[in-house]
Ligand binder design. Structure first.
Ligand code: NIG
Ligand code: FE
Length: 410
């Protein structure tokens, strides 16, 4: 049977942010099927070509679909009480040491069924999608048994199957030490390496492996063992590192060719150099910085100076970043970390995709041949997306070439 001709769709007169920069003149974008086919200045669009396409929209600002490269949005329970404790002056670390924090979410996640977790996570993901997210990474890390970690990853995969969004899953077994392994963290790391990673790989549930390298979590040596196991199973690695102190986890992760290191408030010069050498992405999480009322800024100027690409993500989670709004992160990345709006937007598009290892087909960019994941916004300039915190400006969301939010405009 001859292949069905692919529908060709046209957006005209858009101000285009291509994932790195805003183009200097009004542009036309043609999408064929699920792929961006043409990106041309309006003045080069001839009438015959325009008439051969279905007109989908015109005007506005077009960006790549947003890539949220770091979330923990599958979880049970709430940490509102802990939020109040922190306001009274108890620190995040202290709460963790008292068995609260991540472990309180672990208790609630273990008792939740797969259906419960799906039902709870779906509106969180839909909130991200309504503000432009077309690709999202979702971590496990609140199960901390083989069965419960796999349960979380199945929920993440299920969300990707049920909704028009690309879901990338990350096994974060080494997130916290579960109480059953108290005083024997090496035995828990054995479990992660010998059972969790192999089971997740065998069932096709994990796209990458993450660790929390921190005094209240796991040492550099323990994280390195997890990375070795991931590598033996062919999975790429990444790390939560240098969030609360400088242990050197980022440099170790870079030595293992990590896709990204995330948080990095305490990253030092040697760490910056290690990222640059390895080509790892620096993932900035201004939501956690804001929520924890952190004061130690990540080394933005140094990263910028040596050219380490900076991604920006929500870190959406019940404890350190209960913020399910990607456009707020653009704003916080600018106000708290002094990124430019252009850098913040690149951080949630092109560089977010790189942090997930998805840049080979130019995901997160608006260039010919890239996947047609696009957002059309009711703003005058791309910078306005970072400048004003105003939900509801997404006019159209296009996922794999199909309109998944908004109306066709002729
Ligand atoms: O990215 N830093 C460690 N993990 C999460 C927090 C998880 C939690 O507090 O529940 C983070 O901030
Ligand atoms: Fe995180």
């Amino acid at each position: 049977m001859p292949a069905q001709p692919q529908p060709r769709r046209l957006w005209r007169d858009v101000t285009l942010f291509d994932g790195h920069d805003t183009l200097p003149e009004p542009m036309a974008v043609v999408v064929a099927g699920a792929t961006i086919e043409r990106v041309i200045p309006m003045r080069e669009l001839d009438r015959a070509e325009a008439e051969a396409c279905e007109a989908l929209g015109q005007g506005g600002v077009m960006t790549p679909g947003l890539v949220d490269c770091h979330t923990h949005l599958v979880f049970g329970g709430s940490r509102a009480e802990e939020f109040e404790k922190r306001l009274e002056g108890v620190s995040y670390e202290e709460i963790a040491r008292q068995g609260g924090g991540i472990l309180s979410t672990v208790r609630a996640t273990r008792t939740a069924s797969e259906d419960d977790l799906f039902r709870l996570a779906r509106p969180r993901l839909e909130a991200l999608m309504r503000e432009g997210v077309t690709t999202v990474e979702i971590k496990s890390g609140y199960g901390l048994t083989v069965a419960d970690e796999l349960k979380m990853l199945r929920v993440a995969r299920g969300l990707g199957a049920a909704l028009p969004v690309r879901v990338v899953t990350t096994l974060l077994g080494a997130h916290a030490l579960p109480p059953e392994f108290k005083d024997d963290s090496d035995a828990y790391i054995d479990l992660v390496c010998r059972e969790m990673i192999p089971a997740a790989v065998e069932q096709g549930l994990a796209d990458a492996v993450d660790v929390f390298c921190e005094k209240i979590a796991f040492s550099v040596a323990q994280c390195e063992r997890v990375f070795a196991a991931a590598e033996a199973h062919g999975l790429p690695v990444k790390a939560h590192a240098e969030q609360l102190s400088n242990l050197g986890g980022s440099a170790m992760a870079a030595r293992h060719g990590a896709l990204s290191v995330d948080h990095i408030e305490h990253l030092d010069e040697a760490g910056v150099a290690a990222l640059r050498e390895a080509g790892s992405i620096a993932v900035l999480l201004p939501g956690a910085f804001h929520t924890l009322r952190d004061t130690q800024l990540p080394p933005i100027a140094a990263l910028r100076e040596v050219g380490v690409p900076m991604a920006v993500a929500t870190d959406a989670n019940p404890g350190s970043s209960p913020l399910f709004m990607p456009t707020l992160m653009l704003n916080l990345a600018c106000t708290l970390f002094r990124l430019t709006p252009r850098e913040a937007l690149a951080g949630m598009t092109a560089h977010g995709a790189r942090a997930l290892g998805l840049h080979d087909r130019s995901l997160g960019r608006i260039v010919e041949g890239a996947p047609a994941d696009l957002c059309l916004w009711d703003v005058e300039t791309p910078a306005e997306l970072a400048y004003a915190v105003q939900p509801g400006r997404l006019r159209q969301r296009i996922f794999k070439g199909e309109l998944s939010h908004g109306q066709i405009q002729h």
